[in-house]
Design a protein around this ligand. Sequence first.
Ligand code: NAG
Ligand code: NAG
Ligand code: NAG
Ligand code: NAG
Ligand code: NAG
Ligand code: NAG
Ligand code: NAG
Ligand code: NAG
Ligand code: NAG
Ligand code: NAG
Length: 805
Amino acid sequence: MAKSFTRLFFSLSILAIAFLAVSTARYTPRPKSRFQSQAFDVPGNYTYVCDASRFAALGLDMKDFVYCDSSLPYDVRVKDLVDRITLEEKARNVIDEASGVPRIGLPPYKWWSEALHGVANAGPGTFFDEVVPGATSFPNVILSAASFNQSLWKTLGQVVSTEARAMYNLGHAGLTFWSPNINVARDPRWGRVLETPGEDPLTVGVYGVNYVRGLQDIEGTENTTDLNSRPLKIASSCKHFAAYDLDQWFNVDRRHFDAKVSEQDMTETFLRPFEMCVKEGDTSSVMCSFNNINGIPPCADPRFLKGVIREQWNLHGYIVSDCWAIDTIVTDQKFLDVTSEEGAALSMKAGLDLECGHYYNDSLATAVREGRVSEHDVDKSLSYLYVVLMRVGFFDGIPSLASLGKKDICNDEHIELAREAARQGIVLLKNDNATLPLKPVKKLALVGPHANATVAMIGNYAGIPCHYVSPLDAFSELGDVAYEVGCADVKCHNDTHVYKAAEAAKNADATIILVGTDLSIEAEERDREDLLLPGYQTEMVNQITDLSTGPVILVVMCGGPIDISFAKNNPKIAAILWAGFPGEQGGNAIADIVFGKYNPGGRLPITWHENGYVGMLPMTSMALRPIDGLGYPGRTYKFFNGSTVYPFGYGLSYTNFSYSLTAPTRSIHISLTRLQQCRSMVYSSDSFQPECPAVLVDDLSCDESFEFEVAVKNVGSMDGSEVVMVYSSPPSGIVGTHIKQVIGFERVFVKVGDTEKVKFSINACKSLGLVDGSGYILLPSGSHTIMAGDNSTSVSFPIQVNYHN
Ligand SMILES: *[C@@H]1O[C@H](CO)[C@@H](O)[C@H](O)[C@H]1NC(C)=O
Ligand SMILES: *[C@@H]1O[C@H](CO)[C@@H](O)[C@H](O)[C@H]1NC(C)=O
Ligand SMILES: *[C@@H]1O[C@H](CO)[C@@H](O)[C@H](O)[C@H]1NC(C)=O
Ligand SMILES: *[C@@H]1O[C@H](CO)[C@@H](O)[C@H](O)[C@H]1NC(C)=O
Ligand SMILES: *[C@@H]1O[C@H](CO)[C@@H](O)[C@H](O)[C@H]1NC(C)=O
Ligand SMILES: *[C@@H]1O[C@H](CO)[C@@H](O)[C@H](O)[C@H]1NC(C)=O
Ligand SMILES: *[C@@H]1O[C@H](CO)[C@@H](O)[C@H](O)[C@H]1NC(C)=O
Ligand SMILES: *[C@@H]1O[C@H](CO)[C@@H](O)[C@H](O)[C@H]1NC(C)=O
Ligand SMILES: *[C@@H]1O[C@H](CO)[C@@H](O)[C@H](O)[C@H]1NC(C)=O
Ligand SMILES: *[C@@H]1O[C@H](CO)[C@@H](O)[C@H](O)[C@H]1NC(C)=O
């Protein structure tokens, strides 16, 4: 394992130009065409390029084109194709709306489609109409992440790619999807937390790997040895590389923000999910982000694109820019005062294969003629692009996927999965007196701005859903419901509607209050300034609760965390559920849980901070560790030691589990050769320092793993699923380390009275290694602690790492 990224050049950094708020007006997507989005250039329902009748219709003979000879290897075919294209034509084909080359039978292609949690209605590559009126809209990622169920994540990817491929066959989508978003949610205010799997780098990476495998892999071809010809169901893209997690915070915007990131944080936190996505997920694309990293735009940084992603991690695929990122470099940041040609050349030389935008189209050919970048670089990028299109069947089709069509979109099975995913993710935060599951009641008051949520449930990067089941729809099916909004909308400007909602609660046997945010509060280009419920929502909840007759259940819909201490501490609010943005089946999933048809097992994938937290540090401070001199607390459960509303990993169940531990490995002995050198670590002055404090992970074989089994017994009175979280803590005395970190997790279903054994086998280097200040990864000797579970259920054991000569 090489050091994860090359040394950053701080000397080159330019200070981000005064953070002027830029209008978002320029960020208008191009109009969508009404005709087939992936239309081939001649009439007919073609789904792949190398069809002899299509060539004939163009007045060409396919036999003349070696690139269509499917008996030849991809690299030979792609070379033939690229060799036929002129420089001007090349420039028009390294942008998202690639023009194709009609004279040689190469049709246009729209690279930009999205599938974050279902096929999305974003990007010119996809559209919905009467032929495909909708696609299944699954919960937003932050909620699916809360299930901590790896097989669910993969299944979601598989079902989304089935619908995507079916839409491609119907001419309604591309084959290249710019999903998932695997940025670590470093700050709770970030407007895009809803799109991500949360704050833990390992969890984010494991989610990314599973979702990408689900999107891309075709059953039976997973073990193809030549990864450059491995077939793809659809192509994914892991984004946004890297350290991107600020959109618009006061007057700081993502296009001007210069993320000052230490090498330690870069390796340990920001790059880790991307490394996993490329190496373990074998994604066919990575997207670079808008923000600068230490003064340099990642889309123009050869050390990251060519050096880290292409060479160190060995990406099999293409690197794409976030949309209009070159424009951002040239016009917003005025990076090095580059001209359009220089900007295009800089990015191409850095390893940016495909631009979402138009600079390559307009300026790349000139840049090549002026000698700013070689045509050979352009050819390499085109080759990466065409190999992906070959793998995904754009040239030859994929027979096993050809029959996917309307019957495979929005079918009952997929809609049921949307409901199941939401149920698996929903987190039970409070349940006094076992109020939930709720016994059947005569009259239920369903109140609050999300009581009849529909569009809000699908969040962003959504498509058009098959159909919505709002909470009101779901609960009305089950009995007598009194519905009141409580607030006009989530912004809840005043208490005009509160009285009627409180009256409804007074006359009901139980009350469910549905509160939270929507995209008007947290979204792309919209970070939050505080963590409170918007407007009068808190007052609304309190007033309704005061007047209610029966038990009160609070359901919170949001992506980023909200400080709901007032509800946690209010004894009249018996139960609280977090439902994320639960997707098109959200109402059913919530009702399933409230009435005990499903026993909740989700866990928070992000710390729910108290509102005071965000007053203690600016969003612009990237550091994960506390900065004592400035009084900044640490970020994420790994480095924050203060009090929270609910911690990372929190989540209750309708049953109880007890853990016991069997057969843990207690020690790891590593014999060192003369060339495996001991390295020092910084210890606090009063602590014991081992003789050989640590060894570079790069110097070790890293074959050692440790094993243990957690027996999970359901000691309560309802069947249910339990997430076994496994953490490690480093030996005490080492300065500047995390408090603990997730090293594994497994969701397991256990029937009442039964015991299920969960086996873990964990690599020592990957899970016990520490990243030092320079970005080197070291495996320290000494006594590490392994913990499974949280609090009362938890079991732990020490594991001793010893080095010998
Ligand atoms: C394409 O397929 C649709 C539906 O099968 C059909 O109605 C249409 O006529 C076909 N178009 C052409 C040009 O073959
Ligand atoms: C691929 O390899 C894995 C691991 O060896 C194995 O479990 C799986 O069955 C293989 N799949 C196929 C289709 O051969
Ligand atoms: C690309 O450039 C050509 C002119 O060379 C222009 O006609 C076309 O509209 C451009 N395409 C895009 C997507 O900007
Ligand atoms: C619930 O929302 C749907 C969709 O917005 C709307 O059609 C319906 O009228 C609403 N129901 C009530 C009772 O307001
Ligand atoms: C309450 O807020 C709404 C906007 O949400 C506004 O239309 C209405 O006039 C306000 N009512 C009062 C009494 O201020
Ligand atoms: C829980 O039960 C206790 C004791 O019966 C009671 O005092 C309290 O009000 C109950 N809490 C709720 C939220 O129902
Ligand atoms: C928590 O972290 C802060 C910030 O580094 C530090 O000052 C404080 O001593 C820590 N408290 C505990 C109990 O570790
Ligand atoms: C662990 O227990 C403490 C004290 O009861 C509680 O505040 C915290 O939320 C629990 N943590 C988790 C992850 O359940
Ligand atoms: C779980 O255990 C706690 C503590 O022993 C107990 O108070 C609670 O009633 C149990 N809950 C269930 C659902 O069995
Ligand atoms: C994990 O998700 C899969 C797919 O939905 C489901 O079949 C399985 O039951 C889930 N596992 C647990 C323990 O909930």
